[in-house]
Design a protein around this ligand. Structure first.
Ligand SMILES: N[C@@H](CCC(=O)N[C@@H](CS)C(=O)NCC(=O)O)C(=O)O
Length: 202
């Protein structure tokens, strides 16, 4: 292996996609290793924590857990604050996105009736509360979390909103976060960022 390799499922979603975007924005020439669901069981036990994404850097053991991967890329390439207090503020919001996933992802594996009930409960309670907390912590900076410069936290917020915006998550409206203009603004600013656009034009 002569260049960094990111391994994730073959879809432009979630934790893997935000790592791909971070690597691309950082200007890193990386191997975008996309695996099929069929290949996953054989690979799972070879990963550090039995989950993806995994980042491999030449000469180092594989790295797992999305936020630490993003923080490494961010710190090395100017996509995460150098001030430790400001960095902690970003990391809290990054953890907030992980908590969204921890609450919604288990519904993916549910049967239809259970999934419908669980997601309707999320729509009634957890999701608006999550959006409200995200909005409150976005403060007055715009268009990104910390103003006019994009950071890895913005990639996570973008992916969180994008998850639902396509309207493909059954029982969760595409407009679930529409009442939160700052959150939607971060989503749009990342979507329109030239570096992000160039990833999708590749
Ligand atoms: N805490 C881990 C969670 C990783 C995770 O759950 N990844 C999912 C895909 S987004 C996965 O690997 N699912 C397959 C499995 O757990 O077998 C992280 O932040 O990276």
């Amino acid at each position: 292996m002569t260049r960094p390799r990111l391994t994730y499922f073959d879809a432009p979603v979630s934790r893997g996609e935000e790592c791909r975007l971070a690597l691309h924005l950082a200007g890193i020439d990386f191997e975008d290793n996309r695996i099929s669901q069929a290949a996953w069981p054989a690979l799972k036990e070879q990963t550090p924590y039995g989950a993806l994404p995994v980042l491999e850097l030449p000469g180092h053991p594989p790295l797992a857990q999305t936020n630490p991967i993003l923080l490494l890329i961010g710190r090395r390439h100017g996509l995460h604050p150098t001030d430790d207090l400001e960095a902690a503020r970003h990391e809290a919001m990054m953890q907030h996105v992980e908590e969204l996933r921890h609450n919604v992802s288990p519904t993916i594996r549910m049967g239809d009736a259970e999934k419908k009930a669980a997601r309707e409960a999320l729509v009634a309670g957890f999701l608006p509360a999550w959006g409200k907390a995200a909005e409150r912590n976005l403060g007055s900076a715009a268009p990104f979390f910390a103003g006019d410069k994009i950071h890895v936290v913005d990639l996570k917020l973008h992916m969180a909103v994008r998850w639902f915006l396509g309207g493909k998550v059954d029982h969760i409206p595409a407009t679930i976060f529409a009442a939160f203009p700052k959150l939607m603004g971060v989503h749009d600013a990342v979507r329109d960022h030239p570096g992000v656009k160039s990833w999708y034009e590749k």
